[in-house]
Design a protein around this ligand. Sequence first.
Ligand code: NAP
Ligand code: ZN
Ligand code: ZN
Length: 343
Amino acid sequence: MEGRKVTGWAARDSSGILSPYSFHIRKTGPEDVVFKVLYCGVDHSDLHQIKNEIHITTYPLVPGHEVVGKVMEVGSEVTKFVVGDIVGVGCMVGSCGECLCCKTNREQYCNNMVFTYNAIYKDGSFTQGGFSSAMVVHQNYVVSIPEKLAPEQAAPLLCAGVTAYSPMKQFIGCKTAIKAGILGLGGVGHLGVLIAKAMGHHVTVISSSDKKREEALTDLGADCYLVSSNSDEMKKLTNSLDYILDTVPVNHRLQDYLPLLRVEGKIFVVGAAPEPLQFSASGGSFIGSIQETQEILDFWVEKRLKTMIEVVKMDYVNKAFERMEKNDVRYRFVLDVAGSNLE
Ligand SMILES: NC(=O)c1ccc[n+]([C@@H]2O[C@H](COP(=O)([O-])OP(=O)(O)OC[C@H]3O[C@@H](n4cnc5c(N)ncnc54)[C@H](OP(=O)(O)O)[C@@H]3O)[C@@H](O)[C@H]2O)c1
Ligand SMILES: [Zn+2]
Ligand SMILES: [Zn+2]
């Protein structure tokens, strides 16, 4: 059943150009939370999807899955939130609730997980993301944004942050010194550096160019910076890393990086290259659970970390994607949705 009318920005075809689009969100169910979107991060997965690069895209498509909003209405059985709360939604808005994954806080791996956009919801409606004036989401897939965290700071944590945090979390409490490699310094990568440093790891950034060296070492606090085409430097790193967080969004040769791992080292492939990687046994790490999403928000406050973002208005969104495609973003665009007067 149709609920309120909202205004989003949608891609219409694989050119990926976004423009205003009006649609109805579903009528508020008993466990639904309706919120006005305040901010929404711009993830490379949005770019993959508006261009029909990874999943089959159904148009018009309103992207956005790093959504922070203010609750406007709650269903009669909502217990987690009240009107006025600042809340967040990441990559998923539903799952079966009954399988082993769902029952063990790993609902992101549920076979019936529902993506925030470009997916069919349980009631048969088509999901649309956070580049929109408002959203309705079941309370189980909504997290609360800590009071001490600015909403625009929180946005990138809801996908990029938890994607890095989820596999790296296993090193919390490790007694030995952990050596980390962050491959690709973009939205996910920059948060990976901050998280790794906050966990006390020794961090080497492996980048495709020399352009981000200064800021990686000074602003983000990385310990080393390496350009991947420098094979002499790469050789020196052989057998040294406990893990690599691989965020590269295009096809790349994994075999160039695997030798950097020490025995029993791990590679977390989170980058969603459109073509298959030249490596058969890669089980990629995939975002993080709802609980971990909540955890990273609290972690951010506790460690006093600062997301590095560029806040822009909705009419800048196409330029934002253009710049993301050119690797020209430091390090996450966050749309000021409420400040863009969509309605
Ligand atoms: N698995 C998951 O759950 C999950 C969650 C979020 C995102 N993702 C995926 O992770 C990837 C990264 O997302 P993002 O939002 O962080 O993207 P992003 O901001 O565009 O950053 C990607 C980084 O990769 C490097 N890179 C870009 N083009 C490259 C090229 N042609 N060759 C080598 N390196 C290149 C760049 O870093 P340097 O300049 O340092 O080389 C760039 O900053 C995307 O594929 C996205 O879809 C997956
Ligand atoms: Zn399930
Ligand atoms: Zn994402």
